[in-house]
Design a protein around this ligand. Structure first.
Ligand SMILES: N[C@@H](CCC[C@H](N)C(=O)O)C(=O)O
Length: 281
């Protein structure tokens, strides 16, 4: 099985090209690929499939077209978490996906649309190497609580296509122990949730840690960074502006304009190869 490995601020992915839409992704295959000792190692898998060959993608693109949004995306990002579960959206994954499409000659450099389960998303590649994704309008759905060890945090429930609980704290988060799944209210998050804990370190600058649904603690999360910026803005009584989000794997920039959100950061491919069928036996 042919693969490419890439990351966006150290949120890392196994990319599986699937030009004819024939690749099945059972959870066992995803967990084997993502295993950091016996597989390639990654936070998730990105299957790269022509949108027209996926019934799911065709339906999403049709809905976008009906709503008057772009619906002519050529590629579908089929994203899976490291535990094999399907997720609606992955901001860093989409930035890496776009880098792969351009490097593989499957898309022209510049701007183009990609189908994701959260809708059709526009990506933009800059000559600096940064990739920006229009992440859509974040929805704030109230407040809820998360527990990390013995600490309880109140956070903002933010829907980025996938669920987030972004908790602003006054304490530094750099030493937070996020090895265990944070507690959350299953009545609010029946499908699970990505939990961000963040603290401000300057004007419109936050440090964020994240425990991702289906992947555990990761070194970055794009949808999480947008949710974190939304929570920081909400706390400051602001709705627009640009936030720098420091994650363990680098820096992300999030711009909120009151209508949509833009996520910018580096996206790099680091390896490619063949994953032997033997490793899956
Ligand atoms: N790392 C991603 C988010 C991946 C999906 C998430 N774990 C979920 O289950 O919703 C990002 O960069 O947004």
């Amino acid at each position: 099985m042919r693969f490419v490995k890439g990351h966006g601020t150290e949120n890392d992915f196994v990319i599986l090209p699937d030009r004819d839409g024939s690749l099945e992704l059972p959870a066992s295959l995803v967990t084997s690929l993502c295993d950091r000792r016996t597989g390639i190692g990654a936070d998730g898998v990105l299957r790269v499939v022509p949108a027209k060959l996926s019934a799911e993608a065709v339906e999403i693109a049709d809905r976008a077209r009906e709503a008057g949004r772009h619906g002519d995306a050529e590629w579908f990002m089929d994203y899976r978490n490291a535990d094999g579960g399907v997720a609606e959206m992955c901001g860093n994954g989409l930035r890496v996906f776009a880098r792969y499409l351009v490097d593989a000659g499957l898309a022209d450099p510049g701007e183009f649309d990609v189908v994701t389960r959260a809708g059709v998303r526009r990506v933009r590649l800059a000559s600096s190497g940064d990739v920006t994704v229009d992440m859509g309008r974040p929805s704030i759905l109230g407040e809820s609580q998360a527990t990390v060890g013995s600490a309880e945090y109140t956070g903002l429930v933010v829907d980025m296509g996938n669920p987030h609980l972004a908790c602003v704290t006054g304490d530094p988060v750099t030493r937070l122990d996020l090895t265990a799944q944070p507690g959350f209210d299953p009545a609010v998050f029946p499908q699970g949730v990505n939990v961000e804990v963040l603290n401000a370190v300057g004007e419109r600058r936050v440090v964020m840690r994240v425990f991702e649904r289906g992947s555990g603690e990761t070194r970055s999360c794009g949808t999480g960074a947008v949710a974190a910026a939304v929570a920081a803005a909400h706390q400051a009584g602001e709705q627009t502006g640009t936030w720098t989000v420091e994650v363990l794997g680098g820096l992300l920039t999030v711009t909120l304009d009151g209508n949509t959100s833009q996520l910018t950061g580096p996206a790099v491919l680091v390896a490619s190869g063949e994953f032997p069928a033997l490793a899956l036996a």
